[in-house]
Structure formats: structure tokens, C-alpha cells
Ligand binder design. Structure first.
Ligand code: ZN
Ligand code: ZN
Length: 398
């Protein structure tokens, strides 16, 4: 068993540099996905010898063969559980029995939040709270054209960013498109009624460093597929790509990354970026992530969105001078009143929240290097009833 000796020796230098799975979770050489790089992996390679089996082709050269065995030997005994992109206030456990990566997160982002007291023009009645949050990400996505959960009607989290902050679908309380309507802090986040700080779009918290021109991974959908930033290449904005167009779910396939989603540019840089992160699930989402602790994404909402989407016409409870915080319901029931209370109560005079400002075209001709405390352009601006139509597309940035 000389290769074990060789492997054990090489372990010392390769353990921290083991090749990761295509989706970035665990070792590529752990082809049996049991958490151990060892004999079983070699046996599986032998079993699939000469095929192009995705799993056993751990060095991704298109054929299962000797080079895969050599890589397994090189990474023998690697600590596969340490291979994941999660950071910040998260901890990660690999549940090999159930095929899940379980992320625990305390609800506090690894960057500043707020203020949400209106002092900078953004009011939100909720507080960013410390929470016990766990999300389970499937290690092996199960593609489907008919996922069990409709992302667009899902309240609360639909995906998790690598810093533990959840992504919500485009809609906030009341069914209004959040990025174009609701205010956020400098990191494009805000808290929902349960205190859960979340994003609806790309956040400046992510590095925009690219690998071979392609944006880097920023999170995982609850169906197991990874989510990358806005760029397909140095000049190809994924949301508008004609080279490798995104599907309705806002994802596409390439040989390097497999199937993956892309975020759009944030609203400030592309007001036409809907659905901002994902449009639907391309694989079965892990449903244990849903239910409870949602909030913030529920039905109802802004009168405009509501009137377009609901039949019969809704009762609109628009608040004086705060059209972006209007909430629409079909019935003035307890839930409706609660939403109205949350988003409408106490907004008088100078407390009236401002809506999202018009994006500043060409205000930032070049995206700066990552800023730890990015400054936004002035948030104050005229209230706006609709997302802008027929706006010029943003210039492609590198
Ligand atoms: Zn929200
Ligand atoms: Zn891509």
C-alpha cells in the first residue's frame, strides 16, 4: 500500500489546497462524498474507469482514469469539511448522510448595518437582531422544471450569501419590488419584521474580484446551485448576455462552474436588473429552509404593484406622503392592519421615509475597488411611483 504512504506524505502539503467540488463544497477527490479522501474514492474511479462520469472525473479532464487516481492519492486524507466559501458569523457542518451542508449563522452580518432611523434618509421600523439561523444546502442539486416551492411567492429567505446573510426574492412586504422601491443601507441590506437582515440584490459586501473575467461566487441557492456576481466575462454582463443567456431562473450552464445563477448589478447601476438574484429554482429547494422566521416578503404591498397583480382590485391603504410604504390588501383584516401599522405608523413630517433615489447615471464611471464603507450618492430624491421604464442601459463595466 505504498500509495498510502505517498499520500500521507503529500497530505502535509496538499491538505489545505485540495481541489474543491464544482460547487465549492467539499473535496473534488472525495468522489464518494463521504467526507474522506481514501480507498472508497479510488474504488469508485475504477468502477467508472474510462467514462466521463461527472463525480468520478475529479480533475475534470473529461475522462475518468489514472490522473484521477493520482489526484486522489495526492489529496489523501484531506480535510474536506474545511472546503467551503462561508465566512463571517457562520459555522458550517457537512451532513454526508443527508447530503446537506448545514450553515449556522447568528444573524449579524460581517459588515456594518443601518442606520435605519431615517437619519440618512432610510427608515425601517425593524431592528437587525441576533438570531439562531440554520440553512441547509443540498450537496447535489436535483434539477427540475417544476420545483416544489415557487421562489417568487416565497416569503423570507430563498438563498444564502457566503457571509450568512440571506437573499430574499425581489418582493418585500406588500409585493413591491424592493430594490427599486425600498431603501437599504450601504450594503444593500435591511431587516425584515423578524429582525433578519437580508439582501434582495448584489451587495457591496462581496468582492467584485473576477476569475478569468467571471464574477466570483457570492452565495448558494436553497436548491444547491451556486450564485455568482454580475459578470460573465470582463465585458459580458450576465443579465444581458447574448453569448450565454440566462434562463428564466437567472441561471445558465458552463463547463467550469456547471449550472449557476448570477445576480444582476444592483439597482443603482442597473434599474432593469429584475429579478436581481434569482427568478425561480432550477432544482428542488431544500424545504426545511422555509416556513417560520420569514416575513418581510409577504403578499400585499405597494398600491401600484398590488393593483396590477391582484384581482379583485385591492384596498389601498396609502400613507400620506409616503407612497413607497403603502400597503395594499384585498380586505382590511388583522394582517392587513398589521402591515399598515408596520410600514405606515408614525410617518409624519420629517419622519416620512424617502423612496429610492433615481440612479445617478454616470455618477461612477468606473466601479471603484472594493470599499469597506462605500458611500452612496444622495438618497434624497423625489418619490417615484414606478420603476423607471425605457432607461438607458448602464455602460458595460470591466
Ligand atoms: Zn427586504
Ligand atoms: Zn456564468
Amino acid at each position: 500500500m505504498s500509495y498510502i504512504t505517498v499520500g500521507s506524505l503529500s497530505l502535509l502539503i496538499s491538505a489545505s489546497t485540495a481541489l474543491s467540488m464544482p460547487y465549492g463544497l467539499g473535496c473534488a477527490t472525495d468522489v464518494t462524498t463521504d467526507g474522506v479522501v481514501g480507498v472508497n474514492d479510488i474504488l469508485l474511479v475504477v468502477d467508472r474507469w474510462g467514462s466521463n462520469d461527472d463525480l468520478a472525473d475529479c480533475n475534470r479532464d473529461g475522462v475518468v482514469g489514472i490522473s484521477d487516481i493520482l489526484l486522489i492519492i495526492d489529496e489523501w486524507g484531506s480535510d474536506c469539511d474545511s472546503i467551503h466559501p462561508f465566512e463571517g458569523n457562520t459555522s458550517v457542518e457537512f451532513d454526508y448522510v443527508n447530503g446537506l451542508v448545514v450553515i449556522s449563522y447568528n444573524g449579524i452580518p460581517n459588515h456594518p448595518t443601518g442606520p435605519f432611523d431615517g437619519s440618512t434618509g432610510c427608515y425601517n421600523p425593524n431592528d437587525v437582531s441576533m438570531l439562531n439561523i440554520t440553512y441547509s444546502i443540498p450537496m447535489h442539486p436535483e434539477p427540475t422544471n417544476n420545483p416544489s416551492v415557487d421562489l417568487m411567492s416565497q416569503t423570507g429567505p430563498i438563498a444564502t450569501a457566503v457571509n450568512g446573510v440571506p437573499f430574499y426574492n425581489p418582493y418585500d412586504a406588500g409585493g413591491i419590488d424592493a430594490p427599486s422601491t425600498i431603501c437599504f443601507d450601504d450594503y444593500n441590506g435591511h431587516p425584515s419584521p423578524d429582525g433578519r437582515y437580508h439582501y434582495h440584490q448584489w451587495s457591496p459586501a462581496f468582492d467584485d474580484v473576477k476569475t478569468d473575467g467571471h464574477s466570483q461566487l457570492v452565495g448558494y441557492s436553497f436548491d444547491g446551485y451556486p450564485i455568482f456576481g454580475p459578470w460573465e466575462s470582463e465585458t459580458d454582463y450576465a443579465h444581458e448576455s447574448t453569448v450565454n443567456p440566462l434562463d428564466d431562473c437567472h441561471g445558465h450552464y458552463d463547463a467550469v462552474r456547471g449550472y449557476h445563477y448570477h445576480t444582476s448589478l444592483p439597482y443603482d447601476e442597473d434599474p432593469n436588473g429584475f429579478p436581481w438574484v434569482m427568478g425561480c429554482y432550477s432544482a428542488q429547494p431544500e424545504t426545511s429552509n422555509f416556513g417560520g422566521g420569514g416575513g418581510g416578503g409577504g403578499p400585499g404591498g405597494g398600491c401600484d404593484a398590488c393593483a396590477q397583480n391582484m384581482i379583485p382590485p385591492p384596498v389601498c391603504n396609502c400613507v400620506h406622503n409616503a407612497p413607497g410604504y403603502a400597503y395594499c390588501c384585498t380586505n382590511w383584516d388583522a394582517a392587513c392592519q398589521a402591515y399598515a401599522e408596520q410600514f405606515c405608523n408614525g410617518f409624519t413630517g420629517s419622519d416620512v421615509p424617502t423612496q429610492r433615489p433615481e440612479p445617478q447615471r454616470n455618477a461612477q464611471p468606473n466601479r471603484p475597488e472594493r470599499q469597506m464603507h462605500p458611500q452612496r450618492p444622495n438618497r434624497q430624491g423625489p418619490p417615484r411611483q414606478h420603476p423607471p421604464q425605457n432607461r438607458p442601459r448602464p455602460p458595460h463595466r470591466r
